[in-house]
Design a protein around this ligand. Structure first.
Ligand SMILES: Cc1cc2nc3c(=O)[nH]c(=O)nc-3n(C[C@H](O)[C@H](O)[C@H](O)COP(=O)(O)OP(=O)(O)OC[C@H]3O[C@@H](n4cnc5c(N)ncnc54)[C@H](O)[C@@H]3O)c2cc1C
Length: 306
């Protein structure tokens, strides 16, 4: 899960980082060395979908910020070198999304503790992060102080606009599933062919939607609801493909990626992995319902959902 650096921290730094930040952080991100591994500190115990409700607070003291607060569900914090932190820098605001800032925090800072959270299959991806009087240089502020909401929305668009990568993975898994049904003769079953054709249309649609967002971005247009549209659609298609794969593989589908060397494991256990993984991926980066709300509000100009 060490994707924060390449997928949204790097692109965001290119847009609103200082020259010093770009020179320092972009080369390690691009090279993939341990010093270029980032994690993302947005969610808190009382701030998930309602991200603007976050409470972690940074107060300036000379040329440093002193940060206090708690983050949760921080993927990869136990492996990362840097924390991309969303925090509050002004508490005297009338609207929650005012007074926020993005600050880069060294995960080796004094007063910062990373505590593991095991997921439901015992794996370690998530962490809690506790920040007690953590001092960071003011030069670690990214973009404008108190304008963090705008920067956050841009970073989240990069995070949600992962549809091109997702459709590539879906297409590969789909192609292998089709080959499998040919080998086993299941392709002769009209119901199987029908299901495969239906999800093939979905995957191709997801790919074209992702291309459209990339095309708009390339022409300098601001994409507002498109990354949310694409993430919501990919969430749904991933779940659908995983279910079709599990149906086609039958009892073999219970063997996971960790049993890929067993002669009974089919398609390297990819569908078992996708079946469990898609639940979390539909929550990460903002839930599918949240993305639908954004499409409704900004794409269809419907009344705000909350
Ligand atoms: C695999 C994974 C990786 C993650 N990695 C990170 C990470 O690295 N860094 C990080 O900061 N966070 C991370 N998260 C946390 C993630 O961003 C949050 O879980 C997510 O934003 C939802 O917040 P919540 O869990 O507090 O749920 P809640 O906000 O409490 O939502 C609970 C349910 O209510 C629904 N809901 C809430 N409000 C509304 C509304 N207004 N309209 C309609 N429905 C609504 C939601 O859709 C959801 O179904 C990760 C989560 C997962 C699953």
């Amino acid at each position: 899960m060490g994707i924060s650096g390449t997928r949204w921290v790097g692109p965001s730094l290119i847009l609103f980082g200082t020259e010093e930040q770009k020179n320092k952080y972009l080369p390690p991100i691009a090279s993939g060395i341990p010093d270029g591994v980032w994690c993302t500190g947005y969610s808190e115990p009382d701030a998930g979908t309602d991200l603007a409700g976050l409470q972690t607070f940074a107060v300036q003291d000379g040329d440093e910020y002193i940060i206090n607060g708690q983050k949760v569900w921080t993927s990869c914090a136990h492996r990362a070198r840097w924390l991309w932190l969303a925090c509050r820098t002004d508490q005297n605001v009338t609207k929650n999304h005012h007074g926020l800032s993005l600050i880069i925090v060294d995960l080796k800072s004094k007063g910062l503790n990373v505590s593991p959270i095991k997921n439901f299959v015992g794996g370690h991806v998530f962490n809690e992060i506790f920040l007690n009087d953590v001092r960071v240089p003011v030069s670690n502020l990214v973009g404008q102080e108190n304008n963090g909401w705008a920067h956050l929305m841009t970073a989240l668009s990069f995070e949600r606009g992962v549809a091109i990568g997702t459709t590539g993975s879906l297409r590969r898994a789909f192609d292998e599933l089709v080959q499998y049904t040919k080998r086993t003769g299941q392709i002769d079953n009209p119901e199987t062919r029908h299901k495969l054709a239906e999800v093939a249309i979905d995957i191709e649609t997801a790919r074209l939607l992702a291309y459209e967002a990339a095309w708009k971005t390339d022409r300098g247009k601001t994409v507002i609801y498109e990354p949310s549209r694409d993430k919501a659609y990919c969430d749904v298609v991933t779940e659908k493909l995983s279910r079709i794969g599990m149906d086609i593989l039958g009892a073999y589908s219970q063997l996971d990626v960790h049993s890929k060397d067993s002669k009974w494991t089919k398609l390297k256990g990819v569908f078992e992995h996708m079946y469990y993984y898609c639940v979390g991926m539909a929550i990460a980066g903002g839930t599918t319902d949240t993305q639908r709300n954004i499409v409704g509000q900004f794409g269809l100009q419907l009344p705000k959902a909350y």
